[in-house]
Design a protein around this ligand. Structure first.
Ligand code: PEP
Length: 253
């Protein structure tokens, strides 16, 4: 049985005080819900991480991670944060490869490989995001694009390293647009991803990797999407900013 995960990417929303409140509200909403060995995560902006941690201390089921980190250990990189700094702040997981980082901050597959390596070297868990753009899907290139993204950033890793990798397939055309992939489109791609990992490593490894779907997941579509056999939960943007919506998505897991 793979671990199912519902993770909230807050992006540049929710200040430190609001973070405490939001995590308290999420905890209250899922108080009587058995998450059954599965996992709930939130990824606040850096400055709001401690607020979320302070609140989640009361409900350790809500794990707190970071949305980004720099690949270097330390140095003259104004405005950046390293893996070691995250660990020192008791942050043990990080999102890497989000399409907004790729698009607005020009993060390439090569850079992401370095970031993944730095995160794993420091023992962090990585939620690795990837996915095709709309024109790539229209051209029928979505499988090739996804395979390339995975190969360049992750396929140099050892089997041991993969224990720290959570995948998040996020078709760029579905992020923040309200345009969700159909459950069938998500399943088709997730099965392809698992097969690609199996071909490059082993079936046992591929069967153990949690693959989340991200892109306009809402309470109204979560049950159907999460019901697909290769979809192991979701990375949630907009709907993770509302405790009731996020809790409903957690309950759909
Ligand atoms: C995301 O940013 O990872 C995301 C999935 O956003 P949304 O749910 O708002 O589409």
């Amino acid at each position: 049985m793979r671990t199912k995960i519902v993770a909230g990417n807050w992006k540049m929303n929710i200040n430190r005080d609001e973070a405490m409140q939001l995590v308290n509200d999420i905890s209250a909403e899922i108080q009587n819900h058995d998450i059954n060995g599965n996992r709930v995560m939130v990824f606040p902006p850096f400055l709001s991480i401690q607020g979320a941690q302070d609140a989640s201390g009361r409900d350790s089921r809500v794990e707190v991670g970071a949305q980004n980190m720099h690949q270097a250990e330390s140095g003259a990189y104004t405005g950046e944060v390293s893996a070691k700094m995250l660990l020192n702040a008791h942050v043990t997981k990080v999102i890497l490869g989000h399409s907004e980082r790729r698009e607005y901050f020009h993060e390439t597959d090569e850079l992401l490989q370095q970031k993944v390596d730095a995160a794993l070297k420091n023992g962090l868990e990585v939620v690795f995001c990837f996915g095709e753009k709309l024109d790539e899907r229209h051209l029928g290139n979505h499988f090739t694009v996804v395979e390339k993204q995975l190969r360049k950033a992750l396929f140099h890793l050892s089997k041991e390293d993969w224990k720290k990798i959570i995948l998040a397939y996020e078709p760029v055309w579905a992020i923040g647009t309200g345009m969700t992939a159909t459950p069938e489109q998500a399943q088709e791609m997730h099965a392809f991803i698992r097969k690609t990992i199996s071909d490059n490593y082993s079936e046992a490894l591929a069967e153990g990797v949690s693959i989340l779907y991200g892109g306009s997941v809402k309470p109204s579509n979560a049950v159907e999407i999460f019901g697909k056999p290769d979809v192991d939960g979701g990375l949630i943007g907009g709907a993770s900013l509302n405790a009731q919506d996020f809790a409903a998505i957690i309950k759909a897991m």
